[in-house]
Design a protein around this ligand. Structure first.
Ligand code: ATP
Length: 365
C-alpha cells in the first residue's frame, strides 16, 4: 500500500519509544497532530528529537508504540511508502543534478507525467524564489539557497507531512532569520502539516503552532508558544523558554501558590504551580526582561544587589549582565542601561518569579 500524497486529518504518535542497545533515546512520546499544524520538537542535544523524527519518517524502527494516520497504522511502512517530505540540516541534495532536476526527481520517481513535472517544478522554484538559479548545481549556490532547494524538493510532492531536522543550523545568523520567515510563509501558503526539530527556542517560538519540549527522551510539556512561555511546567522548560536566570533556593514557606524562598543570600517572594513545603529545594526562574533597576529598597518579589559587569547594545534595547557579591551572574534587558561597574538593585515582581521543584522528576510534569 502506498499512502503517498494521501492527506490525513489526524496523526497520532502513540507512546513512541526507541532504544539503542539498553539505552532509551525516546520514551513514550504521545502526541496528536491535526492537519496543517506546525509542531516543533525542542530540547538540548541528545534529548531524542532526531530519534523521534526519524521514527516518524520510518528511518528508524520503533521499539515501542505506534504511528496512526486517521487511525491507520503506518509504522510498519518503509519511508518511501509513508510519502513524507524530509528536509535535513545538511540539505542532502544530489550534487550532480541541477536545482530543477533535484526538485523534479521525486515527481519523476512517482511516475508523474512530463508536463505536470515541469509545471510543478516551476511552481516550487517560484515558491522558494530561486527562479534565476534553476540550472545551477548545488555546489554553485550558498547554503541558504541549497536549503531552499531542499525545501522545494520536499514540498513539491505536497506530502501529507513534512519533517524538518534542524534545517537552519548550518546557516549564518542573518540567513537563518530570512529562512525562518520563508518557512513560515511557505507554511502559511501551503498549510502542510509539519514536524520541525530544533534546539533553538526562538526558532521554535516563532515558527510553531505548538511546541513539544523534550528532555532525556521524555516529553516535559506540550503547548502553544504562549502557554509554555507563560506557564512552564518545570525549570527545564522554563530554561528553554527564556528564563535565563535560574537560581537555587530553599523554601521558607508556601501556601496557595505563593512561596517564599531563601536564595541569593536574600528572601525571594515568588509563585508556584506545584505544591511545595518548607525545606524543599527549588529553582527560581526569572526572565531577563522581567528585571528592572530600582532605587535600593524592597520590591515585593525579589530585590538583589549586584554590580554591572557587561552591557551589550542590541538594537532597541540593552542586554546587561550583572553579578551579585557572591559572583552569581544575573541577566537582564531593557531600554535603560547602567555602566559597567555601577552598583544597582535589581527587582522583579513576585508574579514573575516562578518557583519550581529542583528535582525535575518530581515536578508538576
Ligand atoms: P542533537 O540535537 O544533538 O541531534 P537529539 O535531541 O536529536 O540531539 P538524538 O540524536 O535523537 O538527540 O539522540 C538521543 C539519544 O540517543 C542520545 O543519547 C544519542 O546518543 C542516542 N542515539 C541516537 N542515535 C543513536 C544510534 N544510532 N546508536 C546509539 N545511540 C544513539
Amino acid at each position: 500500500m502506498t499512502i503517498e500524497a494521501s492527506q490525513f486529518d489526524t496523526l497520532h504518535l502513540d507512546r513512541l519509544s526507541r532504544s539503542f542497545g539498553g539505552q532509551t533515546a525516546l520514551h513514550g512520546l504521545d502526541l496528536t497532530i491535526e492537519k496543517g499544524e506546525f509542531i516543533a520538537l525542542l530540547g538540548p542535544s541528545g534529548c531524542g528529537k532526531s530519534t523521534a523524527l526519524n521514527c516518524v519518517a520510518g528511518l528508524l524502527p520503533l521499539t515501542g508504540g505506534q504511528i496512526l494516520l486517521d487511525g491507520r497504522k503506518v509504522d510498519h511502512l518503509p519511508p518511501e511508502k509513508r510519502g513524507f517530505g524530509m528536509v535535513f540540516q545538511n540539505y542532502a541534495l544530489f550534487p550532480h543534478l541541477s536545482v530543477e532536476k533535484n526538485i523534479a526527481f521525486g515527481l519523476q520517481m512517482r511516475g508523474v507525467g512530463r508536463a505536470e513535472v515541469k509545471r510543478r517544478v516551476a511552481e516550487a522554484i517560484d515558491l522558494v524564489q530561486l527562479g534565476e538559479h534553476a540550472k545551477k548545481l548545488p555546489g554553485q549556490m550558498s547554503g541558504g539557497q541549497q536549503q531552499r532547494v531542499a525545501i522545494a524538493r520536499a514540498v513539491v510532492l505536497r506530502p501529507p507531512l513534512v519533517l524538518m531536522d534542524e534545517p537552519l543550523s548550518n546557516l549564518d545568523a542573518k540567513l537563518r532569520l530570512e529562512m525562518r520567515t520563508e518557512i513560515r510563509r511557505l507554511h502559511q501558503s501551503l498549510g502542510l502539516t509539519t514536524i520541525y526539530v530544533t534546539h533553538d527556542q526562538e526558532e521554535a517560538l516563532s515558527l510553531a503552532d505548538r511546541l513539544v519540549v523534550l528532555r532525556l527522551g521524555e516529553v516535559q510539556q506540550v503547548g502553544t508558544p504562549q502557554q509554555l512561555h507563560e506557564h512552564p511546567h518545570n525549570w527545564h522548560v522554563a530554561d528553554f523558554m527564556g528564563y535565563r536566570n535560574l537560581f537555587d533556593g530553599t523554601v521558607e514557606r508556601a501556601s496557595d501558590g505563593a512561596v517564599t524562598v531563601s536564595a541569593l543570600g536574600t528572601t525571594v517572594h515568588g509563585t508556584t504551580a506545584t505544591p511545595l513545603a518548607a525545606g524543599d529545594t527549588v529553582k527560581i526562574g526569572i526572565r531577563p526582561e522581567d528585571f528592572e533597576i530600582i532605587p535600593a529598597g524592597d520590591s515585593g518579589g525579589v530585590s538583589i544587589d549586584a554590580a554591572i559587569d557587561v552591557v551589550e547594545y542590541q538594537g532597541r534595547e540593552f542586554a546587561v549582565e550583572a553579578r551579585t557579591s557572591d559572583g552569581v551572574p544575573i541577566h537582564m534587558r531593557g531600554a535603560s542601561h547602567p555602566a559597567p561597574g555601577d552598583s544597582v538593585t535589581l527587582s522583579a515582581p513576585s508574579e514573575r518569579v516562578l518557583v519550581f521543584p529542583r528535582n525535575l522528576d518530581a515536578g508538576a510534569g
